[in-house]
Design a protein around this ligand. Sequence first.
Ligand code: UDP
Ligand code: GLC
Ligand code: MN
Length: 310
Amino acid sequence: MPTTITKPGCFATLVTNAEYGLGAAVLGQCLQDYNSKYSTVVMVTKNVPEATLTLLASTWDVVLPIPELNSNDTASLALLQRPELGVTFTKLHVWKLTEYKKVVFLDADTMPLCNIDDLFLYNELSACPDAGWPDCFNTGLFVLTPDVETYDGLVKMAADEGTFDGGDQGLLNSYFSSWAHGDIKKHIPFVYNVNPNASYTYLPAYRRFSKDVKNIHFLGSSKPWHYECQDGAIIGANVSQHLRGFLEQWHASLNKALIEEAAAEPEFIQFRSTGGSISGGESVVSVLSHIAGQIKDKDTQREKVKTGQL
Ligand code: UDP
Ligand code: GLC
Ligand code: MN
């Protein structure tokens, strides 16, 4: 009889394009830096560029191609003011990682500030309250048990009832609807999923508890990769002090991931380290265009190979 090897657990995230790839590179880098003892799995869809896949391969244990799912619920997504989030349905694939007993899913826009392996003590479905509607859980971080039956149940519910926010969070809150009033042991403390933009709503608590924050979630349409960072400092005046600090930390981790990758693959992405910043102050925007340039060069090269020019 074949034996099924079940691994204890993994951290997982989702990437469908180059931008979220930068986020996942930072997340993978942080999990490594804080010596997680669990495996890491990044789920990627077909449009993720090759350069992003290479970057992810240096920061994650497993880069797993999966098919894209989309809610196509434009009306609810308009209400959320995030038309791009239908694709977050792809997160449901995490229930198919059945070689792991337990999975901690993290959005690609999260940044752990310390080792967070203790999350594996929680059981399905555990998550933190959403800062906007605390009787819902936020799906930027959740603990689950992979099971194809649950996956099928979620897909069926999506087909029968849709999702109230157009993304995975609405669907998962409907499916695991006992979370708000059920077992309190499934409520993970908010310090594991803190949105630095939302903290203005309760600054006194922020001042009191910020030293305990374990994981940052850059929730909302403005993401760390949209900011320019030069010589370790975020450019732009309109950023609160604590957000600025986390953004700078995010950019420092991205630099580290890029530099480590460059060391491993010098011919592919050649960034030189200058005291922690990318090539003496290159911004993420230019890194993205650099990556895009690399892809174009590679495609041109492939074309040339095909047409016998090389
Ligand atoms: N995501 C992705 N591509 C997209 C949009 C989202 O890969 O175009 C994934 C990514 O892991 C991301 C998660 O889905 O972190 C949820 O989206 P986002 O973090 O933007 O939602 P928010 O937390 O801001 O509501
Ligand atoms: C949220 C969550 C995110 C989720 C999105 C769509 O605000 O932070 O993880 O993907 O809504 O449901
Ligand atoms: Mn997010």
